[in-house]
Design a protein around this ligand. Structure first.
Ligand code: PMP
Length: 304
Protein backbone atom coordinates (compact mmCIF):
# COMPACT_ATOMS: atom_id res chain seq x y z
CA UNK A 1 0.00 0.00 0.00
CA UNK A 2 1.31 3.44 -0.91
CA UNK A 3 -0.17 6.37 0.95
CA UNK A 4 -0.32 9.90 -0.45
CA UNK A 5 -0.35 12.03 2.71
CA UNK A 6 0.45 11.42 6.37
CA UNK A 7 -3.19 12.16 7.20
CA UNK A 8 -3.96 8.66 5.96
CA UNK A 9 -1.94 7.37 8.91
CA UNK A 10 -4.26 8.95 11.47
CA UNK A 11 -6.32 6.51 13.54
CA UNK A 12 -6.63 2.72 13.26
CA UNK A 13 -3.90 2.55 15.90
CA UNK A 14 -2.78 -0.81 17.28
CA UNK A 15 -4.42 -2.23 20.38
CA UNK A 16 -2.00 -4.18 22.56
CA UNK A 17 -2.61 -6.52 25.47
CA UNK A 18 -0.33 -5.50 28.31
CA UNK A 19 1.09 -8.60 29.92
CA UNK A 20 3.40 -9.27 32.83
CA UNK A 21 1.39 -7.67 35.63
CA UNK A 22 -0.54 -9.26 38.45
CA UNK A 23 -4.16 -9.48 37.28
CA UNK A 24 -7.17 -11.63 38.25
CA UNK A 25 -7.40 -14.79 36.12
CA UNK A 26 -8.22 -14.14 32.45
CA UNK A 27 -8.55 -10.40 33.05
CA UNK A 28 -7.04 -8.41 30.21
CA UNK A 29 -5.80 -4.83 30.00
CA UNK A 30 -5.71 -3.64 26.39
CA UNK A 31 -4.22 -0.32 25.35
CA UNK A 32 -4.73 1.76 22.21
CA UNK A 33 -1.26 2.92 21.20
CA UNK A 34 -1.89 6.46 20.01
CA UNK A 35 1.78 7.29 19.56
CA UNK A 36 1.50 5.51 16.20
CA UNK A 37 -0.42 8.42 14.75
CA UNK A 38 1.85 10.41 12.38
CA UNK A 39 2.26 13.39 14.75
CA UNK A 40 2.86 10.96 17.59
CA UNK A 41 -0.29 11.43 19.63
CA UNK A 42 -4.02 10.99 20.04
CA UNK A 43 -4.49 14.65 19.13
CA UNK A 44 -3.80 14.09 15.41
CA UNK A 45 -7.35 12.78 15.25
CA UNK A 46 -8.57 16.08 16.68
CA UNK A 47 -6.40 18.40 14.56
CA UNK A 48 -7.83 17.12 11.30
CA UNK A 49 -11.42 17.26 12.53
CA UNK A 50 -11.07 20.80 13.92
CA UNK A 51 -9.63 22.16 10.67
CA UNK A 52 -12.03 20.28 8.39
CA UNK A 53 -15.05 21.38 10.44
CA UNK A 54 -13.90 25.01 10.50
CA UNK A 55 -13.57 24.98 6.69
CA UNK A 56 -16.93 23.28 6.24
CA UNK A 57 -18.68 25.75 8.52
CA UNK A 58 -17.05 28.67 6.69
CA UNK A 59 -15.16 29.83 9.76
CA UNK A 60 -11.76 29.82 8.04
CA UNK A 61 -10.27 30.26 4.58
CA UNK A 62 -6.75 29.68 3.29
CA UNK A 63 -5.62 33.10 4.58
CA UNK A 64 -6.72 32.42 8.17
CA UNK A 65 -4.53 32.27 11.25
CA UNK A 66 -5.26 29.42 13.66
CA UNK A 67 -4.65 30.32 17.31
CA UNK A 68 -4.91 27.63 19.98
CA UNK A 69 -3.91 27.15 23.60
CA UNK A 70 -2.19 23.75 23.80
CA UNK A 71 0.18 21.64 25.85
CA UNK A 72 1.67 20.68 22.49
CA UNK A 73 0.05 17.59 21.07
CA UNK A 74 -3.02 19.43 19.77
CA UNK A 75 -0.69 21.98 18.20
CA UNK A 76 1.20 19.23 16.38
CA UNK A 77 -2.10 17.70 15.21
CA UNK A 78 -3.39 21.07 14.02
CA UNK A 79 -0.06 21.72 12.32
CA UNK A 80 -0.30 18.50 10.30
CA UNK A 81 -3.91 19.22 9.40
CA UNK A 82 -3.19 22.83 8.39
CA UNK A 83 -0.17 21.96 6.26
CA UNK A 84 -1.90 21.33 2.95
CA UNK A 85 -3.85 24.60 3.28
CA UNK A 86 -0.86 26.76 4.23
CA UNK A 87 -2.68 28.25 7.24
CA UNK A 88 -0.75 30.42 9.68
CA UNK A 89 -0.44 28.97 13.19
CA UNK A 90 0.02 30.54 16.61
CA UNK A 91 0.08 28.23 19.61
CA UNK A 92 -0.10 29.49 23.17
CA UNK A 93 1.80 27.12 25.43
CA UNK A 94 2.34 27.36 29.20
CA UNK A 95 6.10 27.42 29.79
CA UNK A 96 6.33 24.10 31.63
CA UNK A 97 5.43 21.90 28.65
CA UNK A 98 8.11 19.86 26.89
CA UNK A 99 10.56 21.54 24.56
CA UNK A 100 10.37 18.63 22.11
CA UNK A 101 6.68 19.26 21.47
CA UNK A 102 7.41 22.96 20.98
CA UNK A 103 10.16 22.11 18.43
CA UNK A 104 7.76 19.86 16.53
CA UNK A 105 5.14 22.63 16.41
CA UNK A 106 7.80 25.11 15.23
CA UNK A 107 9.05 22.91 12.41
CA UNK A 108 5.46 22.86 11.11
CA UNK A 109 5.69 26.65 10.89
CA UNK A 110 3.95 27.59 14.13
CA UNK A 111 4.78 30.61 16.21
CA UNK A 112 4.88 29.73 19.91
CA UNK A 113 3.69 32.22 22.51
CA UNK A 114 4.48 31.31 26.12
CA UNK A 115 2.36 31.97 29.19
CA UNK A 116 3.51 31.52 32.81
CA UNK A 117 3.25 27.98 34.18
CA UNK A 118 1.43 29.27 37.31
CA UNK A 119 -1.42 30.62 35.16
CA UNK A 120 -2.09 27.10 33.85
CA UNK A 121 -4.26 26.35 30.87
CA UNK A 122 -6.62 29.16 31.91
CA UNK A 123 -3.82 31.66 31.34
CA UNK A 124 -3.08 30.17 27.91
CA UNK A 125 -6.77 30.31 26.94
CA UNK A 126 -7.04 33.96 28.02
CA UNK A 127 -3.90 34.87 26.05
CA UNK A 128 -5.14 33.02 22.93
CA UNK A 129 -8.48 34.86 23.13
CA UNK A 130 -6.69 38.21 23.48
CA UNK A 131 -4.54 37.44 20.42
CA UNK A 132 -7.65 36.38 18.51
CA UNK A 133 -9.20 39.80 19.09
CA UNK A 134 -6.14 41.56 17.72
CA UNK A 135 -5.39 39.38 14.69
CA UNK A 136 -7.62 39.73 11.68
CA UNK A 137 -9.13 36.60 10.09
CA UNK A 138 -8.04 34.48 13.03
CA UNK A 139 -9.86 31.43 14.33
CA UNK A 140 -9.58 29.75 17.72
CA UNK A 141 -10.68 26.08 17.69
CA UNK A 142 -10.72 26.18 21.55
CA UNK A 143 -10.46 22.47 22.22
CA UNK A 144 -11.38 22.99 25.88
CA UNK A 145 -14.94 23.99 24.99
CA UNK A 146 -15.45 22.95 21.36
CA UNK A 147 -17.91 20.00 21.04
CA UNK A 148 -15.94 18.89 17.96
CA UNK A 149 -13.31 17.68 20.46
CA UNK A 150 -15.40 14.90 22.08
CA UNK A 151 -17.17 14.27 18.75
CA UNK A 152 -13.81 13.35 17.19
CA UNK A 153 -13.35 10.51 19.67
CA UNK A 154 -17.03 9.54 19.60
CA UNK A 155 -16.71 9.02 15.85
CA UNK A 156 -13.26 7.43 15.67
CA UNK A 157 -11.86 5.96 18.87
CA UNK A 158 -15.08 4.46 20.26
CA UNK A 159 -15.99 2.49 17.11
CA UNK A 160 -12.33 1.48 16.57
CA UNK A 161 -12.20 -0.11 20.01
CA UNK A 162 -15.30 -2.19 19.27
CA UNK A 163 -13.77 -3.20 15.93
CA UNK A 164 -10.49 -4.15 17.64
CA UNK A 165 -12.55 -6.36 19.97
CA UNK A 166 -14.29 -8.07 17.02
CA UNK A 167 -17.60 -6.37 17.76
CA UNK A 168 -17.52 -6.87 21.53
CA UNK A 169 -17.69 -4.13 24.16
CA UNK A 170 -15.12 -3.85 26.92
CA UNK A 171 -16.21 -4.22 30.54
CA UNK A 172 -14.48 -0.99 31.34
CA UNK A 173 -12.98 1.94 29.45
CA UNK A 174 -10.29 3.90 31.27
CA UNK A 175 -8.94 7.22 29.95
CA UNK A 176 -7.08 10.25 31.23
CA UNK A 177 -8.59 13.71 30.98
CA UNK A 178 -6.81 16.90 29.95
CA UNK A 179 -9.42 18.72 27.92
CA UNK A 180 -11.66 15.71 28.65
CA UNK A 181 -12.36 15.22 24.93
CA UNK A 182 -11.10 11.64 24.68
CA UNK A 183 -12.96 10.47 27.75
CA UNK A 184 -16.20 12.32 26.98
CA UNK A 185 -16.45 11.22 23.36
CA UNK A 186 -15.73 7.55 24.01
CA UNK A 187 -17.77 7.46 27.23
CA UNK A 188 -20.81 8.88 25.41
CA UNK A 189 -20.33 6.35 22.61
CA UNK A 190 -20.20 3.40 25.00
CA UNK A 191 -23.08 4.64 27.18
CA UNK A 192 -25.27 4.86 24.09
CA UNK A 193 -24.21 1.47 22.77
CA UNK A 194 -24.18 -0.69 25.88
CA UNK A 195 -25.24 0.02 29.44
CA UNK A 196 -22.80 -2.49 30.82
CA UNK A 197 -19.58 -0.65 29.91
CA UNK A 198 -18.04 1.16 32.87
CA UNK A 199 -16.46 4.46 31.83
CA UNK A 200 -13.65 5.54 34.09
CA UNK A 201 -11.65 8.76 34.12
CA UNK A 202 -8.03 9.23 35.20
CA UNK A 203 -6.48 12.42 36.53
CA UNK A 204 -3.23 13.36 38.25
CA UNK A 205 -3.11 14.84 41.76
CA UNK A 206 -3.72 18.59 41.35
CA UNK A 207 -6.74 18.01 39.10
CA UNK A 208 -10.27 18.82 40.26
CA UNK A 209 -12.48 15.93 39.07
CA UNK A 210 -12.16 13.94 42.30
CA UNK A 211 -12.82 17.02 44.41
CA UNK A 212 -9.18 18.11 44.82
CA UNK A 213 -7.81 21.63 44.48
CA UNK A 214 -6.07 22.60 41.24
CA UNK A 215 -2.31 22.32 41.72
CA UNK A 216 0.99 21.48 40.06
CA UNK A 217 1.83 18.00 38.73
CA UNK A 218 4.51 16.46 36.53
CA UNK A 219 2.31 14.06 34.56
CA UNK A 220 1.99 15.83 31.23
CA UNK A 221 -1.20 16.10 29.16
CA UNK A 222 -3.78 15.25 31.81
CA UNK A 223 -5.23 17.27 34.67
CA UNK A 224 -8.37 19.38 34.68
CA UNK A 225 -8.58 22.90 36.13
CA UNK A 226 -12.36 23.27 35.78
CA UNK A 227 -15.11 20.81 34.86
CA UNK A 228 -15.12 20.48 31.04
CA UNK A 229 -18.32 21.94 29.53
CA UNK A 230 -18.89 18.90 27.30
CA UNK A 231 -18.31 16.26 30.01
CA UNK A 232 -21.37 14.82 31.75
CA UNK A 233 -21.21 13.67 35.36
CA UNK A 234 -23.34 10.60 34.56
CA UNK A 235 -20.59 9.29 32.26
CA UNK A 236 -18.15 9.07 35.16
CA UNK A 237 -18.52 5.69 36.87
CA UNK A 238 -15.21 6.03 38.69
CA UNK A 239 -12.39 8.52 39.08
CA UNK A 240 -8.81 7.43 39.75
CA UNK A 241 -6.46 10.14 40.96
CA UNK A 242 -2.92 8.94 40.23
CA UNK A 243 0.17 10.45 41.86
CA UNK A 244 3.09 11.54 39.69
CA UNK A 245 5.20 8.92 41.43
CA UNK A 246 2.89 6.11 40.39
CA UNK A 247 2.46 7.44 36.83
CA UNK A 248 6.23 7.67 36.31
CA UNK A 249 6.79 4.27 37.90
CA UNK A 250 4.55 2.57 35.32
CA UNK A 251 5.89 4.73 32.49
CA UNK A 252 9.30 3.19 33.19
CA UNK A 253 7.97 -0.32 33.80
CA UNK A 254 6.06 -0.33 30.50
CA UNK A 255 9.29 0.59 28.68
CA UNK A 256 11.41 -2.01 30.46
CA UNK A 257 8.92 -4.87 30.59
CA UNK A 258 6.80 -4.30 27.50
CA UNK A 259 9.02 -2.26 25.18
CA UNK A 260 6.51 0.60 25.11
CA UNK A 261 8.05 4.07 24.98
CA UNK A 262 5.02 5.94 26.26
CA UNK A 263 4.44 9.32 27.92
CA UNK A 264 3.57 9.77 31.58
CA UNK A 265 -0.17 10.20 30.95
CA UNK A 266 -0.07 6.64 29.58
CA UNK A 267 1.69 5.51 32.78
CA UNK A 268 -1.13 7.12 34.77
CA UNK A 269 -3.78 5.46 32.59
CA UNK A 270 -2.14 2.08 33.12
CA UNK A 271 -1.90 2.60 36.91
CA UNK A 272 -5.65 3.31 36.91
CA UNK A 273 -6.40 0.32 34.67
CA UNK A 274 -4.56 -1.93 37.15
CA UNK A 275 -6.68 -0.58 40.02
CA UNK A 276 -9.82 -1.02 37.94
CA UNK A 277 -8.83 -4.62 37.19
CA UNK A 278 -8.76 -5.42 40.89
CA UNK A 279 -12.34 -4.16 41.39
CA UNK A 280 -13.90 -6.09 38.48
CA UNK A 281 -14.80 -9.80 38.31
CA UNK A 282 -12.04 -12.10 37.02
CA UNK A 283 -12.08 -12.42 33.23
CA UNK A 284 -12.91 -8.75 32.58
CA UNK A 285 -11.60 -6.78 29.62
CA UNK A 286 -10.37 -3.28 30.36
CA UNK A 287 -9.51 -0.97 27.50
CA UNK A 288 -7.32 2.05 28.08
CA UNK A 289 -5.59 4.65 25.94
CA UNK A 290 -1.88 5.46 25.78
CA UNK A 291 -2.03 8.99 24.30
CA UNK A 292 1.58 9.55 23.21
CA UNK A 293 5.21 8.41 23.34
CA UNK A 294 8.10 9.09 25.72
CA UNK A 295 10.58 10.49 23.23
CA UNK A 296 8.99 13.91 23.37
CA UNK A 297 9.69 14.02 27.11
CA UNK A 298 13.30 12.84 27.28
CA UNK A 299 14.47 16.39 28.09
CA UNK A 300 12.16 16.25 31.11
CA UNK A 301 13.90 13.19 32.44
CA UNK A 302 10.84 11.00 32.03
CA UNK A 303 12.72 7.85 33.10
CA UNK A 304 14.14 9.35 36.28
N1 PMP B 1 -2.25 12.63 27.36
C1 PMP B 1 -1.54 13.49 26.60
C2 PMP B 1 -0.08 13.27 26.45
C3 PMP B 1 -2.17 14.59 26.00
O1 PMP B 1 -1.46 15.46 25.28
C4 PMP B 1 -3.55 14.78 26.23
C5 PMP B 1 -4.22 15.98 25.64
N2 PMP B 1 -3.92 17.15 26.38
C6 PMP B 1 -4.24 13.86 27.03
C7 PMP B 1 -3.56 12.80 27.56
C8 PMP B 1 -5.69 14.05 27.40
O2 PMP B 1 -6.55 14.04 26.32
P1 PMP B 1 -7.89 14.89 26.34
O3 PMP B 1 -7.47 16.34 26.10
O4 PMP B 1 -8.68 14.36 25.22
O5 PMP B 1 -8.53 14.76 27.67
Amino acid sequence: MIIQTVNELIGQTPMMEIKGYDLPENTRILAKLEQFNPGGSIKDRLGVKLIDTAFKEGRINKESTIIEPTAGNTGIGLGLAAMSYGLKLIFVVPEKFSIEKQELMRVLGAEIVHTPTEEGIKGAVAKAKALGEKIENSYLPLQFENPVNPLTYYETLGPEIVKDLDGQYPDSFVAGAGSGGTFSGVAQYFKEQSESVRTVVVEPEGSILGGGEPGPHETEGIGVESFPPFMKKEWIDQIYTISDEEAFYYTKELARKNGLFIGSSSGAAFAAALKEAQTLPAGSTIVTVFPDGSERYLSKNIYK
